[in-house]
Design a protein around this ligand. Structure first.
Ligand SMILES: Cc1cc2nc3c(=O)[nH]c(=O)nc-3n(C[C@H](O)[C@H](O)[C@H](O)COP(=O)(O)O)c2cc1C
Length: 194
């Protein structure tokens, strides 16, 4: 998996990617706590801190399976080898006025990005997933309507692509794709490239 070729990017950005192969080495609870601290210190609208996390270590088989069973099969096949599974969730209302927080998902994404940067600094890899059943999360964790699952997260030390079946291995080794900057950033008016 080729890293971005932009030499000025910080190594935490260059090194981050979303692998499917995980080493069997467990991740220490203290390490995961630090990742959650990194998430906790993200910026958020009105400092509402709408992020919430469900964390399951593989050693706790019941809790781990509770998260794993919420994933779609295409993710379950590789994510079941991760030593830690998580679900990030958003609290939908602002604390200060009880009104809907339109930025809740944004802020959970920012927290997840910080968690991921800290994980990368520890030599860990993070793979976020939209492929899970939100209804299953609601039921299994008895969530009330105030909370919305955002992403499932597989976390662990990097493994070898050889652990994967051929189709996943091919995806694991494929070159990374990004849209050109001209397509995503505009100067002064919409559509004028930088
Ligand atoms: C919100 C979100 C949802 C994602 N859902 C899935 C998923 O369900 N399954 C999967 O294999 N990868 C998933 N990914 C990983 C993306 O496919 C990956 O980030 C993207 O292809 C860019 O690759 P990179 O992270 O290695 O740079 C998701 C990533 C994000 C941020």
């Amino acid at each position: 998996m080729a890293p971005p070729d932009e030499p000025l990017l910080h190594e935490l950005i260059r090194k981050r990617w979303s692998p499917r192969a995980f080493d069997s080495r467990p991740v220490a609870r203290e390490t995961v706590r630090t990742l959650l601290e990194a998430a906790r210190w993200a910026a958020s609208c009105y400092n509402t801190q709408p992020w919430r996390y469900i964390v399951a270590f593989r050693e706790d088989e019941e809790a781990f399976n509770r998260v794993l069973d919420c994933l779609v099969e295409a993710n379950r096949v590789w994510a079941r080898h991760a030593p830690v599974l998580m679900i990030s969730l958003a609290r939908k209302l602002h604390d200060h006025n009880g009104k809907p927080n339109r930025w809740a998902w944004h802020d959970v994404g920012a927290a997840n990005a910080q968690l991921t940067a800290q994980a990368t600094a520890f030599g860990l890899t993070v793979h976020q997933m939209a492929g899970y059943e939100a209804e299953a999360v609601r039921e299994r964790f008895a969530l009330d309507d105030l909370y919305e699952p955002v992403t499932a997260i597989a976390l662990g030390y990097p493994g070898s692509p050889d652990q994967l079946d051929p189709a996943l291995r091919e995806r694991e080794l494929a070159p990374r794709q990004r849209k050109p900057l001209e397509e995503i950033a505009f100067l002064g008016v919409w559509g004028r490239s930088l």
